[in-house]
Design a binder for this molecule. Structure first.
Ligand code: AMP
Length: 440
């Protein structure tokens, strides 16, 4: 027999999971479209050279292969690099600034762990062709709306700027080359703590005095204003960091004007974000209920598209991890819990009444109700109730000879076992009011 196993790190999503995932995708789609973002879809396979050289140290994560024509291809590891290709390739069809969203799978050959997969879905939203801090603020406001609508309690978006980390490295006396090791060390702060970061910095050749200065700066905490002020003072001699702090301040002003509550974001110089293409503001959203990783990540990348387009195209965007949102929602019992999309099961009493049952099913479907029908004209009602109940369908509708004669339908609530006889023309309204109340 063939190996009946899916590939490690790549998951099957059975209906119960898919219904929650579809809910997540629907909320993201609605919020994106409400903000004027338009959909884009690109292939999961790209020329390897399109994807290479943009990921930083982690190039080994890319799945690469040769196709039948000997071309070097690769599976995309995000939807940002394909976006950059699209912007360059269709330059004359795209009006900048361009807001696009994209939802689909990405692939990384990571070591699978809790919440970390090799195939995972991301929902990206980017604003291409604007360097306005309002664009950064709009992306953060959008993510705030998505997480709020999905019902996440207590999430916080952490904000930083690449040139703040750069400035911290520079005022600590490090050259551009060593700044890379500062990014990498700071990125691990939450996992290995201050002592761990210090050790890492020392190991990479940073002096004790510089390591202490770096650690003191990245541990500045407080309200957004207080952190901005303290960092502005400490980094006053570094022009690029000062400009970055001004930029972050403008983003915060935009967030307040867009109505994002202050407790929903925090500025911290500890946030590095792995992907090497970021050039400006970086952010990620976390929840205390999932310490293993972020719900989403994003930032400004003003140079990536230029690598394809040959001219600068400043861009800011984010990627929600659909799998991450899903895992945390399951853990917190958020979102719809159901094992089937069907709302009612129309039973078949016998061969003679089958046409009437099918007619009722058609009427329910026309009214927008997700309707299942029995398929076995010889199965008893009890067997059909059991089938519907095991699938998790909340109601069964019965239309036997007695009901037909009286012009009624019996509606059975499969959870409580309660049943009511209703005039045929009231069935749709009864099911609708149940679903209305259920979804409220
Ligand atoms: P990144 O593209 O690395 O900035 O990641 C953006 C978001 O995608 C993260 O915040 C995660 O929610 C999700 N994500 C990234 N890598 C994985 C993975 N290997 N498995 C599941 N989700 C992931």
């Amino acid at each position: 027999m063939a190996n009946v196993q899916n590939i490690k790190g790549m998951r099957d999503h059975l209906p119960k999971d898919m219904l929650l995932r579809q809910h997540i995708v629907a909320v993201i789609t609605q919020v994106c479209q409400r903000h004027g973002f338009d959909p884009l879809q690109t292939p999961i396979v790209e020329y390897a050279e399109t994807l290479e050289g943009k990921l930083g140290d982690d190039e080994s994560l890319i799945y690469r292969f040769e196709d039948h024509g000997g071309r070097r291809l690769a599976l995309r590891y995000d939807q940002t690099v394909p976006l950059a290709r699209v912007v360059a390739q269709y330059a004359n069809q795209i009006t900048l600034p361009w807001r696009r969203y994209a939802i689909g799978p990405s692939y990384r050959g990571e070591r699978p762990a809790r919440g970390r997969y090799r195939e995972f879905y991301q929902a990206d939203a980017d604003i291409v062709g604007s360097n306005s801090p309002l664009a950064d603020a709009e992306i953060i406001s959008l993510l705030n709306e998505v997480l709020t609508e999905l019902g996440f309690p207590g999430f916080v978006t952490l904000l930083n700027h690449r040139q703040i980390i750069g400035g911290i490295a520079r005022v600590s006396g490090l050259d551009e080359q060593s700044a890379g090791s500062v990014y990498r060390a700071i990125d691990k702060f939450d996992k290995i703590g201050a002592d761990g970061v210090r050790n890492d910095l020392l190991k990479s050749g940073v002096s004790e005095a510089a390591a202490d200065r770096i650690l003191a700066l990245v541990q500045i905490d407080g309200s957004s204003d207080a952190v901005l002020e303290a960092l502005s003072e400490q980094l006053a001699d570094d022009e690029r960091a000062s400009a970055a702090l001004e930029n972050l301040r403008a983003v915060i002003v935009g967030l307040a004007a867009m109505g994002v509550p202050e407790e929903r974001y925090r500025i911290t110089a500890r946030l590095a974000r792995g992907l090497s293409y970021y050039t400006g503001v970086v952010f990620e959203a976390n929840t205390p209920h999932w310490p293993e990783g972020s719900l989403l990540g994003g930032g400004r990348y003003d140079e990536l598209i230029g690598q394809f387009a040959g001219r600068p195209v400043p861009t800011v965007g984010l990627a929600f991890g659909i799998d991450r949102l899903h895992d945390v929602m399951l853990e917190l019992n958020l979102g719809p819990v159901s094992t089937t999309a069907a709302q009612v099961f129309v039973t078949i009493f016998n061969a003679e009444t089958t046409a009437a049952s099918l007619d009722l099913a058609r009427e329910l479907r026309a009214a927008g109700l997700n309707t299942l029908i029995g398929l076995d004209t010889k199965a008893g009602l009890g067997k059909q109730f059991k089938e519907a109940d095991r699938k998790g369908v909340p109601f069964a509708a019965v239309l036997g000879p007695d009901e037909l004669a009286q012009g009624v339908v019996v509606l059975k609530d499969l959870r409580s076992g309660e049943q009511r006889s209703l005039p045929r023309n009231e069935v749709v309204a009864a099911l609708m009011s149940y679903n209305g109340a259920h979804n409220a």
